[in-house]
Design a protein around this ligand. Structure first.
Ligand code: CP
Ligand code: NVA
Length: 301
């Protein structure tokens, strides 16, 4: 049966651990010449802009011996009204897997229902699971462990935050989310995560309290793609949630700073922090490549 990766919870904790181990091996050059995707093509449909996700998938698929095919939705018949379902059925006849970045998460669910090949979520309004695989890999690389870490997510309770909540419950790290009223993460995901978590997952208002003794501080843009219509109001309400050196001084001395990127420097994060000694954001961006190669191997070979 085909396996999709639409949310972090589509992999068990054990599978995620195995995937991270494999990603580390791939990063260190183990099996450099292994080409498990020879003869296979993988489609990439992006309905929103992307630098990291698109390029890391394209490069990763090529490095594994496969052919990435970037499909601009406006150049597909999708742009003329062909349904996602019919597109999924058709593309499944040519491709061995499909990566999609879209708006509503339900679009991905429809696509995955009708595709007979694995579908990977390259970001939806609700989840960004591929990002979080790289985040977990970065925590492991920099801190030597994931379980028991204290992670603070500061800012907007968005798609990245939702996927991080799922990861906290499956990988047993403690997650404190500091956000302004009205910008909390998805309530359904929170509830489910809390039911199954053996670690602490908390939402509070005070960013300093969240950053207190944190091993990891994570932030993301205040206005996600597709939400531009609310941007002025949202930015005002999130002003107090900037990750700056004052906030870092509340955390552990060896805290690491994560950001999925792209960053809006001067809004959710200052230049000083982004370019400072605690920032590991470009290692985190690199790890997209290794984690996704391990994911593709797991789902497609
Ligand atoms: N972090 C991330 O997904 O970046 P892109 O939007 O550039 O793909
Ligand atoms: N939350 C951001 C992540 C971008 C990688 C967005 O959805 O735009």
């Amino acid at each position: 049966m085909k396996r999709d990766f639409l949310t972090v919870w589509d992999l068990s904790s054990q599978e995620t651990e195995n995937l991270l181990r494999r990603a580390v091996d791939l990063k260190t050059g183990k099996d450099r010449n292994s080409c498990p995707l020879i003869g296979k093509s993988i489609g990439l449909i992006f309905e929103k802009p992307s630098t990291r996700t698109r390029v890391s998938f394209e490069a990763g698929i090529y490095q594994l011996g496969g052919q990435p095919i970037a499909l601009n939705p406006s150049e597909l018949q999708l742009g003329r009204g062909e349904t996602m379902s019919d597109t999924a059925r058709t593309l499944s006849r040519y491709l061995s897997g499909i990566v999609i970045r879209t708006f509503a998460h339900s679009t991905l669910e429809t696509f995955s229902r009708d595709a007979s090949v694995p579908v990977i979520n390259g970001l939806s309004d609700l989840h960004h699971p591929c990002q979080v695989l790289a985040d977990l890999m970065t925590m492991l690389e920099k801190k030597g462990r994931i379980k028991g870490l204290k992670v603070a997510f500061v800012g907007d309770g968005n798609n990245v935050c939702n996927s991080l909540i799922e990861a906290a419950s499956s990988m047993e790290f403690n997650l404190t989310i500091a956000c302004a009223e009205g910008f909390e993460p998805d309530a359904g995901i929170m509830e489910k995560a809390r039911e199954s978590a053996r670690s602490e997952i908390v939402v509070l208002r005070d960013p300093k309290e969240a950053a207190g003794m944190a091993d990891v501080i994570y932030t993301d843009v205040w206005v996600s793609m597709g939400q531009e219509q609310y941007s002025d109001e949202k930015k005002k309400k999130l002003q107090a949630y900037q990750v700056n050196s004052r906030l870092l001084s509340c955390s552990k001395k060896d805290v690491i700073v994560l950001h999925c990127l792209p960053a809006h420097r001067g809004e959710e994060i200052t230049d000083e922090v982004m370019d400072g000694p605690h920032s590991v954001v470009f290692d985190q961006a690199e790890n997209r490549l290794h984690a996704q190669k391990a994911l593709i191997e797991m789902l497609l070979t």
